[in-house]
Ligand binder design. Structure first.
Ligand code: SF4
Ligand code: SF4
Length: 394
């Protein structure tokens, strides 16, 4: 099962609607953290280092629904902590499905098999399983042996039961690109719908501070891991974001695009930084000094950040912002740099690299058809979804 066309259509029409109404800042994915407790203690995690009284807290289903309704984002990602430890997670998911939200329930999968019967397969729900590599790498990243095998077993079970299953992978400077590529093969063979990869953010609170990637390291790693992608690989992230990770397209952060709500309230300014909390989403939008964030701001906390929660909304907004942009992205996809060896040397060329907005393009219907086929999209949707293909600069 691929990403439902209805999900792509919902996101595209939502973004276009916001553009038409000239709304400057709008959310795309709500990061809903219903708790911070976890049954693992990964070395690179910046979310679980709270005192016991905070770790014991749960957002109630009503809190969650209020935040979701207030925010209005079409997609809700539920990270944590481990959401399956929440005693009412099934109620929360059911309420979001009722609201027709597309949900990514992020889990380390230790409890997935046990709790699977609490959920019903639906196009609105996807389990996003945390996997940071093959057996050896993943067990090391999560600091416990055997977790990889449990996760793989849970993925198989969930796929067989008809659930949408995706994966999320965080890479550090220890990642071997060839092993990452092997992991992509393995996951696609298991029948996952799509994979999401992102570099780790250097959380100040994470126990392991040595293995976070700096910007150039990120680009080098992702060029090798994602370069010359195999046709059967499917990524659950926008093509433009993939090119950004490889250093082929320059994007700026959109911190309000993935707002975060948790037991403290609305987190300022993004999922990664904690610089205060607001009572309402509107207050977050109105009172945050957004110009202090993103790489252009010069904020050292943003310098090396290339994490999906900041840049994926930018990529999606650019892609679906207008028909003109859609065609531009399609043009980049079809006529961009095919040979990875032709890309500028990261050692000698400083970002920013070519920005797609500056290019004049023309795209024929045949080109769109080719792109749609490349990504196995139904013909009838090609005009809309072609731009979801990988974007490359010319
Ligand atoms: S599974 Fe996720 S939430 Fe739990 S410790 Fe690891 S990174 Fe943190
Ligand atoms: S660049 Fe990263 S850390 Fe900075 S605001 Fe954006 S998402 Fe947050």
């Amino acid at each position: 099962m691929g990403v439902p066309i209805s999900q792509m259509w919902t996101v595209a029409s939502y973004v276009l609607g916001k553009k038409i109404r000239r709304e400057k800042r709008y959310p795309l994915v709500l990061m809903l953290e219903p708790l911070f407790r976890c049954n693992l203690a990964c070395a690179g995690c910046g979310k679980i280092q709270y005192p016991a009284e905070i770790l014991r807290k749960n957002l109630s289903p009503e809190d969650c629904f209020r935040a979701v309704d207030e925010c209005g984002a079409p997609i809700v990602s539920i990270p944590g902590g481990e959401p399956l430890l929440h005693p009412q997670i099934d109620e929360i998911v059911a309420g979001l499905v009722e609201r027709k939200k597309y949900i990514y329930l992020c889990t380390n999968a230790l409890l997935l098999k046990k709790h699977l019967s609490k959920f019903q397969p639906t196009k609105y729900l996807s389990f996003s399983v945390h996997l940071d590599g093959l057996r050896e790498e993943h067990d090391e990243a999560v600091c416990r042996e055997g977790v990889y095998d449990v996760a793989i077993d849970a993925i198989k079970t969930a796929v067989e039961a008809g659930f949408r299953v995706t994966t999320n992978t965080t890479l550090f400077n220890t990642a071997d690109p060839d092993r990452v590529r092997q992991m992509f093969d393995t996951l696609m063979d298991l029948g996952v719908e799509g994979m999401m990869v992102s570099p780790g953010y250097p959380y100040e609170k994470a126990p392991d501070q040595e293995h976070f990637l700096h910007r150039r390291q990120t680009m080098r790693l992702f060029r090798k891991a994602l370069g010359n992608p195999k046709k059967h690989w499917h990524f659950n992230q926008s093509p433009l974001f993939v090119e950004f990770l490889k250093g082929n397209v320059e994007l700026e952060c959109t911190p309000w695009g993935n707002p975060t709500y948790n037991v403290f309230g609305w987190q300022r300014p993004c999922y990664l930084l904690q610089e205060g909390y607001c009572k309402t989403f509107q207050e977050l939008l109105d009172t945050t000094d957004w110009e202090n964030y993103g790489r252009a701001s010069g904020n050292p906390k943003c310098e090396d950040c290339m994490v999906h929660c900041g840049f994926e909304p930018t990529a999606v907004s650019e892609t679906f912002g207008s028909l003109h942009s859609l065609l531009k992205v399609a043009r980049l996809t079809l006529f961009g740099t095919k040979d990875e060896s032709q890309l500028p040397e990261l050692e000698s060329v400083d970002p920013p690299v070519p920005h797609f907005d500056r290019r004049e393009i023309s795209v024929t219907l045949d080109d769109l058809q080719s792109s749609a086929e490349l990504y196995n999209m139904p013909n009838r949707e090609r005009d809309t979804v072609t731009a979801m293909s990988r974007a490359r600069p010319t």
